[in-house]
Unconditional design. Structure first.
Length: 236
């Protein structure tokens, strides 16, 4: 079966042979080496159009450690220093967020017996599988400490940077600004980072899209499937 045959089946919404389906995951992992990544900045969560998961952190109590809490929903959270990352009751501080009361925050304190001695300027996300879209609302940009923008970066399966986007702060305590992106090749991890020196990363409504179904593959990706399948059949 040729790549043209696969394109026809996909357009018609018809099933593709098992062999081609088995190639799909290999292609997703190999796309960064087959195609250059193109990063598109998103300005609203409504622009995340794939099959998406949204985490609003409101299903657990304040102070719950979130590092592995949402692994079943496809994501792990971590700091560079290995400290715990808690769910944090932002509303209890008299502050606003997009889905109160809770956020996730790289703050210091004691959370379920984990003593966190300092705040962190970055929050890392590791996904269970390939993702194409990611976004979240951020805040805590209080107009001091040199914090003037938040940057979101995404990485491939080898933790090679695919690209990043940045959003300038509006200098208030509210979690009220969206930062997001779409990648033309899959990413497996991401990083939200403040450029200042004094303020923690605070996020709410983290939203990410899963691997798209075959009918939504773009033709460049189909071409990648054809190229990889041809190489696999030839043993090269």
């Amino acid at each position: 079966m040729s790549s043209q045959d696969v394109q026809y089946l996909l357009k018609e919404g018809r099933p593709i042979p098992v062999y081609w389906r088995s190639v799909r995951l290999s292609v997703l992992c190999s796309l960064p080496t087959l195609l250059p990544a193109s990063i598109i900045q998103l300005t609203s969560p409504t622009q995340i159009t794939g099959s998406a998961t949204t985490i609003n952190f409101d299903n657990v109590a304040d102070g719950t450690v979130a590092n592995t809490l949402y692994q079943g929903q496809g994501v792990l959270f971590s700091r560079d220093d290995g400290f715990a990352v808690p769910v944090y009751d932002w509303a209890a501080l008299g502050r606003t967020t997009t889905s109160p009361p809770n956020v996730i925050a790289t703050v210091s304190g004691t959370f379920q017996g984990h003593v966190v001695t300092t705040f962190a300027l970055a929050l890392n996300l590791s996904f269970n599988g390939p993702e194409f879209e990611l976004g979240a609302f951020f805040g805590n940009d209080q107009g001091f400490g040199g914090y003037t923008q938040t940057t979101l970066s995404v990485f491939d399966i080898n933790h090679t940077l695919l690209g990043s986007v940045s959003v300038p702060t509006n200098n208030n305590t509210s979690v009220d600004q969206f930062i997001g992106l779409q990648s033309t090749v899959p990413f497996f991890s991401a990083r939200f980072e403040n450029n200042g020196t004094n303020l923690s990363v605070v996020l709410d409504d983290v939203k990410f899209s899963q691997v798209p179904e075959p009918p939504t593959f773009s033709f460049p990706i189909i071409g990648g499937i054809a190229l990889l399948a041809l190489k696999m059949r030839r043993g090269v």
